[in-house]
Write a protein that binds this ligand. Structure first.
Ligand SMILES: Cc1cc2nc3c(=O)[nH]c(=O)nc-3n(C[C@H](O)[C@H](O)[C@H](O)COP(=O)(O)OP(=O)(O)OC[C@H]3O[C@@H](n4cnc5c(N)ncnc54)[C@H](O)[C@@H]3O)c2cc1C
Length: 313
């Protein structure tokens, strides 16, 4: 039986959508990436159980995809199963916070896009997540990455999260004290965890004040980041203990504006590598390797990627 036979044979048991040889360039902010052998869009918990059986029976490499905003996929694509979480749980609801009468617990399905969440937060006056304005990920993705800016990080606001473990089929809930985050990473989620929902602690303010904070953050981003070109945001983490920022390293190496093919260290923000049009993954990867090796040789600095890779490079 080939990797895909099981999925084709038992597809009646899946309520979501399955696509074969699906170009991943359609699912990444970079608009780069070859095909996934199979891509699944689960809609429910039974769908996740069905996928668990398929992964075990077909012994197929598996990757969980949020909105693809922090991902570089190889030009050859990914020989395996990509589980795209965008249709799994789109609920947004609030509950009283038993520990803080002035606050709320906000429960969001992991499929919710940050932009939709913040639009709703602005309407309702839910304050605390404005620092995520302009981060183009899903709720699941921002937790995995402990996304944030100088204004705050996910780890400060996340209260509880639920996940499905695709190796065992178990569901697991993590409370705040079980979670451990660091700069743009987490240390507690096992590799087979699919985050299904997240609870946040937020405050109740006026709708106008939340809206204003979000708009100011978006304006600042527009002024400083190359939002007109596809990218993955910051390519490198800031090195060391934060005494120098990754964009300053790129600048010191004279790489601002440097390009290979149609991939370029942005003129506007040099820690962004932008796709000027039809850029290839290998060219983005070459720029990354160039900056890493030169930073090490010329400045004695280790640049570590913030972007995640999928497929062979
Ligand atoms: C223009 C631009 C600006 C950006 N600005 C910022 C910024 O200011 N700060 C910042 O921190 N990041 C920023 N990013 C990067 C990116 O938006 C974040 O890393 C975001 O958290 C990624 O979310 P995603 O849903 O797109 O995840 P993906 O890119 O799809 O995946 C990222 C990682 O999360 C995992 N993952 C995603 N969803 C789930 C899930 N439900 N369960 C388990 N694993 C999952 C994936 O396997 C992968 O390892 C920016 C990106 C762009 C394109």
């Amino acid at each position: 039986m080939s990797d895909l036979d099981w999925f084709q044979r038992y597809s009646d048991g899946f309520q979501g959508e399955l696509r074969y040889a699906e170009p991943l360039s359609r699912h990444t902010y970079y608009r780069i990436g070859g095909p996934a052998s199979i891509m699944a869009f689960p809609k429910s918990q039974p769908d996740l159980n069905w996928l668990k059986s398929g992964i075990r029976e077909a012994a197929i490499p598996t990757f969980v995809l949020g909105l693809g905003s922090n991902l570089l996929v190889s030009d050859e694509g990914f020989s395996g199963l990509v589980i795209k979480t965008s249709r799994l749980d789109l609920a947004i609801e609030t509950f009283p916070d038993p520990d803080r009468p002035e606050g709320l617990i906000l429960r969001t399905g992991a499929s919710v896009a940050v932009s939709s969440l913040l639009r709703r937060a602005a309407q309702e006056g839910w304050s605390g997540l404005e620092f995520l304005a302009g981060v183009p990920g899903s709720v699941g993705g921002v937790v995995v990455m402990n996304a944030g800016t100088h204004l705050g990080e996910v780890k400060q606001k996340v209260h509880r999260l639920s996940s499905f473990l695709w190796k065992s089929g178990a569901t697991k809930t993590w409370s705040r004290s079980d979670m451990s985050f660091d700069y743009r990473q987490n240390h507690f989620l096992p590799e087979d965890a699919i985050i299904t929902s997240v609870e946040w602690r937020v405050d109740l303010h006026s709708s106008e004040s939340v809206k204003k904070k979000i708009e100011e953050t978006l304006e600042r981003r527009k002024a400083t980041q190359p939002v007109d070109y596809p990218s993955c945001g910051s390519v490198f983490k800031n090195p060391g203990a934060g005494q120098i920022r990754a964009w300053q390293v790129i600048d010191q190496l004279g790489l601002r504006g440097f390009r290979i093919g149609n991939a370029q260290f942005s003129e506007k923000h040099s820690n962004f590598i932008v796709n000027l049009g039809e850029a290839r993954a290998v060219h983005v990867r070459d720029l990354i390797e160039l900056a890493k090796s030169r930073a090490k040789e010329e400045l004695g600095l280790h640049l570590e990627e913030e972007v995640k890779f999928l497929g062979k490079f």
